[in-house]
Design a protein around this ligand. Structure first.
Ligand code: KIV
Ligand code: ZN
Length: 532
């Protein structure tokens, strides 16, 4: 049996049917080009009868894409098949995909009109005839015709065998057995292929195809089960988008076949290095973000934060990775630093950034890192630079220590704050409440009352360091005692906290200056006395 599986991408048809995922024609054309570069064998470009925009999209894809078969969908109705055939006209490599519902529940709902017959048996007979006619008509446009028995997963097995046989006799070259409602378990889905294939005298020359929806989260597993049972085409979408819970995700089935070639024994022609880029394009065009933990293409799919995992991966990548990030187009180095990271992860990253931390300072740097990681979800490169650059505030003579602070902002209310400051020289703590023009102003007034040392605020600046909503806020403050200026700085993901600490830092510099002045005065007074 052929060991190459045809990848049939239906992102632009079934994927676009996802509620809210509709794409513009230029977006579809761009994506079709990307899918062709990715190495997709068949691109299902649209459903031409359904709207003029669908027809236009298929036409433009035919005109502007090369390297993949371009497919158009139709029901088993004459005007549908004609619309598909006309939309594909002039294409070098085209396929018509025609489908009809075959399960009793679908037949009951869609063919209840008596013109299809009065009994279920009569309706089934009419449906088989429709399938035959549609396939024959499609063959007048192209030699490549696919037939799908919609809701095959819940179709009577005998009827499924009958309609598949009729479609092949009429000229179908691919037979798709969709689990339209995502109902089957992998064993059941595999059995469908076995039962259909066994019933045919000579299925050679016909390709069987999977088409799995993900209502029970089984779409990928079912597609692989279909391949094990002889299917040689997988229908799938990028990021698994599609009706309801979506379709089998292309990136998942392709990488499962690649990584587990030992178990599945088949391959695809997909250029896997383009998977992540393609996923991101589909995400932008469809407006559906990719969840961080999405297999293969999610932001976290190759990231390691836990210390034990980081240590393992840095030592031997295969400890926690079954495929290489670069093989699917993800960044190679994805040691993410956060509260679960250990020393190996931290110092390896610092080393890669060219930051050399002397052995004797490593523990202090690691302690500062863990303190910061407790406040921030993720530590970025800018955070690391700051971490190693920031002098240890506790080495500066500390006169005032911020013991507690609170700031509140409510609609219709003046911003209010509370500060409790420890005076290290006399061991007392002083507290104060204040209001202000904003939370920082209120906080600074509360600190002023609690410190009670004359000064004025000359300058206050704040800017975001690093990335994300929890980025570090860097605050710089300048105060004056009338004759001299004193500056203070602080960094924290909590900007109010950084503002308060920068202010206290400036006050400490001023207090240290005054203390120095006092001691200079004391010494000179003593000298004068000695000579006096
Ligand atoms: O899910 C389905 O059955 C389909 C058919 C049109 C193949 O999308
Ligand atoms: Zn579908």
């Amino acid at each position: 049996m052929n060991d190459q599986v045809t990848i049939f991408d239906t992102t632009l048809r079934d994927g676009e049917q996802a509620p809210g995922a509709s794409m513009t024609i230029p977006e579809k054309v761009r994506l079709a080009g990307q899918l062709a570069d990715l190495g997709v064998d068949v691109i299902e470009a649209g459903f031409p009868i359904s709207s003029p925009a669908q027809r236009k999209a298929v036409r433009r894809i035919i005109d502007e894409t090369s390297g993949s078969t371009v497919c158009a969908l139709s029901r088993t109705r004459e005007d549908d098949v004609r619309a598909a055939g006309e939309a594909l006209e002039g294409g070098d490599d085209t396929r018509i995909h025609t489908f009809v519902a075959t399960s009793d529940v679908h037949i009951g709902a869609k063919f209840d009109d008596d013109r299809f017959g009065a009994t279920l048996a009569e309706k089934r007979e009419a449906i088989v005839q429709m399938a035959r006619d549609a396939v024959q008509q499609a063959r007048t446009y192209t030699d490549d015709v696919e037939f799908s028995a919609e809701d095959a997963g819940r179709t009577d097995r005998g009827f499924l065998r009958e309609i598949v046989r009729a479609a092949i006799e009429a000229g179908a070259t691919t037979v798709n057995i969709p689990d339209t409602t995502g109902y089957c378990t992998p064993d059941e889905y595999a059995a469908l292929f076995e039962t259909v294939r066994e019933s045919l005298d000579n299925p050679g020359g016909v390709t069987f195809s999977t088409h799995c929806h993900d209502d029970l989260g089984l779409a990928t597993a079912n597609s692989l089960a279909g391949v094990r049972a002889g299917a040689r085409q997988i229908e799938c979408t990028i990021n698994g988008i599609g009706e309801r819970a979506g379709n089998a995700a292309l990136e998942e089935v392709v990488m499962a076949l690649d990584v587990r070639a030992d178990a599945l024994g088949v391959s695809t022609g997909i250029n896997t290095e383009l998977l992540t880029e393609t996923s991101q394009m589909v995400s932008v065009c469809s407006g559906f973000p990719v969840q961080p933990n999405k297999a293969i293409v999610g932001k976290n799919a190759f990231s390691h934060e836990a210390g034990i995992h980081q240590h393992g991966v840095l030592k031997e990548r295969e400890t926690y990775e079954i495929m290489r990030a670069e093989d699917v187009g993800q960044d190679v180095e994805q040691i993410r630093l956060g509260r679960h990271s250990g020393r190996h992860g931290l110092f390896d990253r610092l080393d890669k950034l060219g930051i050399d931390v002397p052995e004797g300072q490593k523990e202090a740097v690691y302690q500062k890192f863990t303190e910061l990681a407790d406040q921030k979800k993720e530590i970025f490169e800018a955070d690391l630079h700051r971490l190693v650059k920031t002098p240890d505030v506790h080495t500066v003579t500390t006169h005032y220590e911020l013991d507690r602070m609170k700031a509140s902002v409510e609609t219709e209310q003046e911003p209010a704050a509370f500060a409790r400051v420890r005076h290290r020289r006399d061991g007392l703590t002083r507290s104060a409440h204040a209001t202000g023009d904003g939370p920082v102003d209120a906080l600074y007034r509360a600190i002023d009352h609690a410190v009670d040392e004359a000064h004025s605020l000359i300058d206050f600046t704040i800017h975001a360091e690093s990335e994300g909503a929890d980025a570090l806020g860097e605050v710089s403050v300048v105060i004056s005692n009338g004759a001299n200026h004193f500056s203070g700085e602080a960094v924290s993901p909590d900007v109010l906290r950084a503002s308060a600490e920068a202010y206290i830092d400036a006050l400490n510099h001023m207090a240290a200056f005054h203390a120095d002045e006092e001691s200079r005065q004391f010494v000179s007074d003593g000298i004068m006395e000695a000579f006096g």
